[in-house]
Design a protein around this ligand. Structure first.
Ligand SMILES: Cc1cc2nc3c(=O)[nH]c(=O)nc-3n(C[C@H](O)[C@H](O)[C@H](O)COP(=O)(O)OP(=O)(O)OC[C@H]3O[C@@H](n4cnc5c(N)ncnc54)[C@H](O)[C@@H]3O)c2cc1C
Length: 392
């Protein structure tokens, strides 16, 4: 039963909204409602590649995501639920000398933040993954504490732990409007009832733009569909997680032997539909067989799509907006699965104290107005702000 008043209403029962709810409840914030229009985890949070790394290129990304990686280490114990975090390592693959030089620079930056990443040459990479096409290997960066966790388990873990701490989670309840008076949030309208509150968090994933529109805020982001494919089970050939800078793709082999991968087409049109496409299948098949010629005879089992809210620099937007008091952003997430533990903890700290933790401060929404996007050259998603070398 939805109460008529909550201290905070979080819109979106994905990994971000639930991680925030958990952290607020853990710190005894007050009454917390999570409103989810479908089932919890129905958004990108249970449609992603499950890949976890902090070996990025920029100070901002490394600092924030490494905080998250540290939290992943103890997440199962913290939430009393096995999220199946597996340290199989994460390799960022360079296919050209330019990409290899980029990896060399990135490793230096990563080491300055204390990450224990290794720069691998062509021989090292082929020794680690002999099935790779040697023509696509010039070297790479290995993060041995990177890996994956089961995305559905993570969503259930956060939801269960939040509920035990008193958070009210309402699935199949849609937020249809937010009432603002004199520039301050007053209430949230849902498909079931109206809730009075002075704090609302937009954690609506691919629908964050629609939710921001409810208070007249225009986000600097757009919704994109990312797609993935899964093959029939194959003999083990790919132990670490792998992201290819050259083909803008990411992949791993599941414990059942299935090859699981996703790729971004270089010209990604905005889309809200979850319907997977033949264009994406062909693009992924082309890229994956270029990297792993042995995959040419593998049969596809399934394909799916998920939507994300993507900013021009691919980094999230976290924190308040200038014009509306009590409206907080936790959106713009493209690496929002790996980022959830840190975002949940740090955004909860901001909400509780009013002080913005330094790790999330750079991700304020004003950076776009100021012309200060965060450039990270180790992403495998094309960004509008950095196109050089294909390693956006
Ligand atoms: C194919 C794919 C692969 C990816 N791979 C990775 C990866 O390997 N590693 C990684 O870190 N990240 C990855 N991501 C990104 C990651 O999944 C997302 O960044 C993350 O899940 C975002 O979490 P969220 O809670 O913000 O959004 P979501 O999980 O999308 O949750 C938002 C929720 O809000 C709900 N909602 C929307 N509007 C309303 C409304 N009006 N009222 C109530 N509820 C509403 C939605 O139903 C949804 O459940 C991938 C994403 C995709 C699609």
């Amino acid at each position: 039963m939805i109460k008529s008043n909550y201290d905070i209403v979080i819109i979106g029962g994905g990994v971000q909204g639930l991680a925030l709810a958990y952290n607020l409840a853990k710190n005894k914030f007050g009454s917390i409602a999570v409103i989810e229009k479908s089932y919890i985890g129905s958004g990108a949070s249970s449609r992603n590649g499950e890949m976890l790394r902090s070996a990025f290129a920029s100070n901002e990304w490394i600092q924030f995501f490494d905080k998250s990686m540290q939290l992943w280490e103890t997440l199962s114990a913290e939430l009393d639920f096995n999220v199946m975090f597996t340290h199989c390592g994460y390799l960022v693959l360079a296919s050209t000398s330019k990409e290899f030089e980029l990896c060399r620079e990135n490793v230096n930056t990563q080491h300055s933040f204390g990450l224990k990443t290794k720069l691998l040459n062509q021989r090292d990479v082929l020794k680690l993954i002999p099935a790779l096409n040697p023509e696509m290997v010039s070297g790479g960066t290995l993060q041995s504490n990177g890996g994956f966790a089961r995305h559905d388990a993570v969503v259930w873990a956060y939801a269960g732990a939040a509920k035990r701490l008193g958070v009210d989670i309402f699935p199949y309840t849609e937020v249809t409007g937010i009432q603002v008076e004199a520039g301050t949030v007053r209430s949230v309208k849902t498909s079931k009832s109206e809730i009075s509150t002075s704090l609302v968090v937009n954690a609506a994933g691919g629908h964050a733009g629609d939710v921001a529109g409810m208070v007249g805020v225009s986000l600097p982001s757009q919704t994109y569909r990312l797609e993935m494919i899964v093959t029939e089970p194959l003999k083990p050939f790919l132990h670490p997680m792998l992201a290819s800078l050259n083909t803008l793709s990411y992949m791993h082999q599941s414990t059942r032997g299935e090859f699981v991968g996703g790729a971004e087409t270089e010209t990604l049109p905005p889309a809200k539909s979850l319907k997977s496409t033949l264009v994406a299948t062909q693009d992924m098949a082309r890229k994956f067989t270029k990297l792993f010629p042995g995959l040419a005879s593998a049969r596809l089992m399934r394909q799916w799509g998920g939507i994300v809210d993507m900013t021009p620099d691919i980094a999230p937007v976290i924190g308040p907006v200038k014009k509306i008091e009590g409206f907080i952003l936790d959106c713009g997430w493209v690496y929002g699965f790996v980022g959830a533990p840190a975002a949940g903890e740090l955004l909860a700290q901001y909400i509780m104290t009013g002080k913005m933790p330094p790790e999330i401060q750079p991700f304020n929404v004003e950076r776009f107005e100021k012309g200060e996007p965060i450039i990270d050259r180790s992403l495998v998603v094309p960004s509008e702000t950095e196109t050089e070398g294909g390693a956006a």
